[in-house]
Design a protein around this ligand. Structure first.
Ligand SMILES: Nc1nc2c(ncn2[C@@H]2O[C@H](COP(=O)(O)OP(=O)(O)OP(=O)(O)O)[C@@H](O)[C@H]2O)c(=O)[nH]1
Ligand SMILES: [Zn+2]
Length: 188
């Protein structure tokens, strides 16, 4: 099922009433519909398989690291439905000449982050999508993010960063390969 915007509109109206607002005042009249359109956009990844982006495979004899770093992202914390955002770094070592388009790595990230999410799940889903499609020697994904649920509310720790990583294949046991990828990710 695609996004039911009418249902979101009803729910937003109810939330506005519940917090003590008047959903019929001028400034709020279009808000339920706007929020419906916004949720359709920021949760569009629920209807998209990130793996579909790896259908584009070039045959290229390169069995060394390919790293796309600093891919910016915005996601939505599934616990509080507030944003968390930061950067994703995706590296893989192709095998058997299976190389994908660089933009496809960023497209797969977009499909994964546009859902109610956990940072850990973003990290592992991106890694596993690459493993299952390109069957590379190895994959490394690092995500660094700031969670609004930790800054604007609750424990209120603005500036704190959460870093998660997922390594697959050769990166799990080859210290030199992992060190190379991590140093390139950290390089400014
Ligand atoms: N592991 C993980 N935790 C997250 C993520 N996003 C938010 N959280 C945490 O989810 C937890 C939810 O905890 P609860 O105790 O159920 O909710 P809460 O009472 O609102 O928690 P506080 O934020 O501590 O006020 C919090 O500790 C959040 O920091 C994430 O991506 N990964
Ligand atoms: Zn949260």
């Amino acid at each position: 099922m695609q996004v039911d915007k009418r249902k979101i509109e009803e729910a937003v109206r109810m939330i506005l009433e519940a917090v003590g607002e008047n959903p019929d005042r001028e400034g709020l009249l279009d808000t339920p519909a706007r929020v419906g359109r916004m949720y359709e956009e920021i949760f569009s990844g629920l209807h998209e398989d990130p793996k579909k982006h790896f259908a584009t495979i070039f045959s290229e004899d390169h069995e060394e690291l390919v790293l796309v770093k600093d891919i910016p992202f915005f996601s939505t914390c599934e616990h509080h439905l507030v944003p968390f955002f930061g950067k994703v770094h995706v590296g893989y070592i192709p095998q058997g000449g299976r190389v994908t388009g660089l933009s496809k790595l960023a497209r797969a990230v977009e499909a994964v982050v546009k859902r109610p999410q956990l940072q850990e799940r973003i990290t592992s889903t991106v890694a596993d999508s690459i493993v299952e499609t390109l069957e590379p020697h190895g994959v490394i994904v690092v995500v660094e993010a700031e969670h609004m649920c930790m800054t604007m509310r609750g424990v209120k720790k603005p500036g704190s960063k959460t870093i998660t990583s997922a390594v697959r294949g050769i990166f799990t046991n080859d210290d030199a390969a992992r060190a190379e990828a991590l140093s390139l990710i950290q390089m400014k």
